[in-house]
Design a protein around this ligand. Structure first.
Ligand code: SF4
Length: 136
């Protein structure tokens, strides 16, 4: 499934404000959306092509694509980790090598329709090379 349009995101969103106050909101947006490929156009001046999930949140609904982040025993969370956006991808991350969903091979017959087994969204992990340290 592809990245949602504004209308799709708004329709699926939870009917509650995502943040308690501006500090939480701007803190989370800065930490997560500030380097995400899906809001890159808006950051570079093309504000009509910003991330629709941000717009949904500004209008007082919590996008379904924002999963609750880790909480401690008392239910506390960090500002930057309050939610995990399943579509977040760093603007410098080239993304997976394979297209998603993986297309059907031309001419291959299907035993079952795939649609109902495909995930509604795919969470990306960063594919950029990173340093690994060993601890012995
Ligand atoms: S996809 Fe998620 S992390 Fe990226 S800009 Fe949109 S809301 Fe922010």
């Amino acid at each position: 499934m592809s990245f949602p349009t504004y209308d799709e995101a708004y329709a699926k969103a939870r009917d509650r404000r995502p943040f308690s106050n501006g500090t939480e909101g701007y803190g989370w947006l800065d930490a997560n959306c500030g380097s995400c490929v899906h809001d890159k156009a808006a950051r570079y001046g093309d504000e009509g092509n910003g991330c629709p999930l941000i717009l949904v949140s500004i209008l007082g609904r919590t996008p379904a694509e924002w999963l609750d982040g880790p909480r401690d025993e008392q239910g506390r969370y960090s500002i930057e980790g309050q939610y995990t956006c399943v579509y977040r991808r760093d603007e410098n991350d080239p993304g997976p090598d394979e297209p998603t969903p993986v297309p059907d091979i031309p001419g291959q017959e299907e035993l079952f329709p795939r649609d109902e087994f495909e995930r509604p969204a795919r969470m990306f992990s960063d594919t950029r090379p990173s340093e690994v340290t060993s601890c012995r």
